[in-house]
Design a binder for this molecule. Structure first.
Ligand SMILES: *Cc1c(COP(=O)(O)O)cnc(C)c1O
Length: 363
């Protein structure tokens, strides 16, 4: 059912010129440049969702008292639009992002945006800004829908006014010099999410909580941080913004089970099905950090990789902690990781059949 909320289009009267856009698309990086338009809608306690528009990308004017600045009532999504060989533009499982956005909204006491309105807004934005979807390599148009409490009020309660917004940013190949395996720092002091908390919601606060541990990872010569469960500090959960997978020496594949504190990645979920298609037994279960350390040392664990929309699939070279470091195999990633990565990218970029009906054509 399509929702009553219609996003009316107000074209940007001063879009980037073809030359300006071509310059940006030649080397877009990640998250630095934005397309000509954005989607925006307002919710109020009295009127529900209204004033939904696709309009010129630009600054929001907000009171310093706006509740999100003080109490972090906010959620977001991350998804991509891909250009296929015939120049048509497609999204990967957008309905999964719509459903997760609604679930995150519930946890943060934000109003749910009807999933059909979420999808309509994204499709309308991508269609209008289709010239911003780059061509070639592993490039895409990264989409960032988000919602926040926009009530100019310092009282602590769910915001009586909420803003939904979606912006689009052209993204170059995440790994310009080919896929580079990452070193992972084990955070033994800080945790990212506790039972009953917000770990399973896509909310800025989880990222804020991860940044100091991420800084510690960088200080220790690592690229990313891995978090353990908050109670026993024993079970591997995920990275700051990516889920983890392990490939064992019997060719089976394992990922930490959803515990209520792990973010359920769309990539993680898709890989569960893709590895089955590729003929590997796959299980979701608890994995202790000792199993990781000992398995990498003994060869029982052959490959480790991280996954998420932004970087897709990244091999893990090693796990480092304050008293040591263990490399995974030769530290260069392995064939199972490479096969899963190709299978996923081939699907997203329209180079292969789509047996699970995961792709949605936008235009
Ligand atoms: C977004 C996110 C992921 C990856 O989810 P995808 O849907 O695969 O992009 C993993 N962990 C955290 C904490 C995240 O915020």
């Amino acid at each position: 059912m399509s929702s009553d909320l219609q996003f009316t289009v107000e074209p940007n009267t001063q879009p980037a010129s073809d030359d300006q856009r071509a310059d940006i698309l030649a080397n877009p990086g990640f998250g630095q440049y934005f397309s000509d338009h954005m989607a925006i809608a307002t919710w109020t306690k009295n009127d529900g969702w209204h004033d939904a528009r696709i309009t010129a990308f630009g600054p929001l004017e907000l009171s310093p008292a706006t509740s999100v600045f003080h109490y972090a009532q906010t959620i977001f999504e991350g998804m991509k639009a891909y250009r296929h060989p015939d120049d048509s533009i497609h999204m990967f499982r957008p309905e999964a992002n719509a459903a997760r956005f609604a679930k995150s909204a519930r946890r943060l006491a934000l109003p749910e945006l009807p999933e059909s309105a979420f999808l309509d807004s994204i499709k309308a934005l991508v269609e209008l800004d289709q010239a911003w979807v780059p061509t070639g390599g592993e490039t895409s148009l990264y989409l960032r829908p988000f919602m926040f409490g926009s009530d100019p009020f310092l009282g602590v309660r769910p915001s009586a006014q909420v803003t939904y917004c979606a912006i689009a940013s052209p993204a170059g190949s995440y790994f310009s010099g080919g896929v580079k395996p990452v070193r992972i720092w084990l955070s033994e002091e800080y945790t990212r999410a506790a039972p009953g908390g917000t770990g399973a919601a896509k909310t800025g606060g989880n990222y804020a909580a991860s940044l100091l541990a991420q800084a510690e990872a960088i200080e220790n010569g690592c690229d990313q941080v891995a978090f353990l469960d908050a109670i026993e500090k024993k079970w591997v959960e995920e990275l700051g913004g990516m889920n983890l997978y392990f490939v064992l020496d019997d060719n089976s594949v394992v990922t930490p089970e959803l515990s209520g504190t792990i973010l359920e990645g769309v990539t993680r979920d898709s890989i569960l099905k893709l590895v089955t298609d590729l003929g590997h037994p796959v299980t979701e279960r608890k994995i202790s950090v000792d199993e990781w350390r000992e398995g990498a040392a003994s060869g029982r664990i052959r490959e480790v990789f991280a996954c998420g929309t932004a970087a897709v699939i990244t091999p893990v070279a090693s796990l480092k902690w304050k008293d040591g470091e263990v490399q995974v195999a030769d530290g260069n990633g392995g064939p199972v990781t490479a096969a899963i990565r190709s299978a996923l990218l081939d699907l997203q970029y329209g180079r292969t059949e789509d047996p699970h009906n995961w792709m949605t054509k936008v235009c």
